[in-house]
Design a protein around this ligand. Structure first.
Ligand code: HEM
Length: 238
């Protein structure tokens, strides 16, 4: 394919066809997911403030922009996840083909960490499907049994009680802990790679970027695991 013919492709196709374009897609969608995690954790920590604060927050999310807000966020997240996974799969395939003719110790090291990224990523994906069935579809929390009232006396779903009941099951908590541990490892490496792709990690700034990525991953980890552990072990809310 000559350059003149390739330049007639739409911009999206041109970005996808170049490996730096796909790396940028992984980095930008990764950033969207990293920001989502910080926002989701901040909201979840309201569980400690109490039932009313947590349920007010859940009610706000579901009524934002007359109910459209939550769907805009869901579609945005879905698009980010699909592009993040598809671009990663495509880059991995391409790299594997190049690596096979080119094996030396540094490449083997890269292979190990990219394998861990793929397996941690797939576990996070499986976790998200379980988590959606658990807390969004609420397969085991029928609305008629989880009833709360807002300050105007309007009926609403008792999301706080659902979280407390959800984490009263040790097997569920164990699965969350495993998934959060892999999420922490995925984030720690992924945030560093994101800075690298966006050209924000030079030789000089690398130690700071690495510390920032690890620090962010650990904060997200501790915040998320604190909730199931507080409920199961310290009987918070029970
Ligand atoms: C202790 C950890 C967590 C708790 C207590 C928690 C809690 C919740 C709750 C209560 C909801 C339902 C919100 C609603 O519909 O009112 C929810 C939705 C969701 N959570 Fe989590 N979450 C946790 C960890 C995570 C993690 C680590 C991820 C991502 C890797 C995640 C991704 C999502 C997504 C994508 C939704 C769906 C949002 C929607 O469309 O409604 N959560 N979570």
């Amino acid at each position: 394919m000559n350059a003149a013919a390739a330049s007639t492709y739409p911009i999206v196709t041109r970005v996808w066809k170049s490996s730096i374009g796909r790396k940028l897609i992984v980095a930008i969608t990764g950033l969207v997911l990293v920001l989502f995690l910080a926002g989701h954790l901040a909201g979840n920590l309201l569980v400690y403030v109490g039932r009313e604060a947590f349920n007010d927050y859940a009610q706000f999310l579901h009524h934002f922009l007359h109910g459209a807000g939550v769907w805009i966020a869901r579609i945005g997240l879905l698009v980010a996840v699909v592009f993040h996974v598809a671009a990663t799969i495509s880059l991995t395939r391409e790299n594997r083909a190049a690596r096979e003719s080119y094996a030396h110790p540094a490449t083997i090291q890269t292979t190990k960490s990219s394998k861990l990224m793929i397996w941690s990523g797939l576990t996070i994906l499986a976790f998200v499907i379980f988590h959606l069935l658990h807390f969004t579809v609420r397969v085991s929390f029928p609305a008629e049994r989880y009833v709360d009232h807002d300050k105007f006396g309007e009926l609403r779903f008792d999301a706080w009680r659902m979280v407390i009941d959800g984490f009263s099951n040790p097997l569920v908590v164990l699965f969350y802990l495993i998934a959060m541990t892999l999420l922490c490892s995925h984030l720690s490496h992924g945030v560093q790679a994101m800075f690298q792709t966006l050209g924000l990690r030079s030789k000089k700034s690398a130690p700071m970027v690495n510390a920032l990525s690890k620090g962010y991953a650990v904060l997200i980890y501790l915040g998320f695991i604190s909730i199931p552990l507080a409920i199961l072990i310290f009987k918070f809310g029970r």
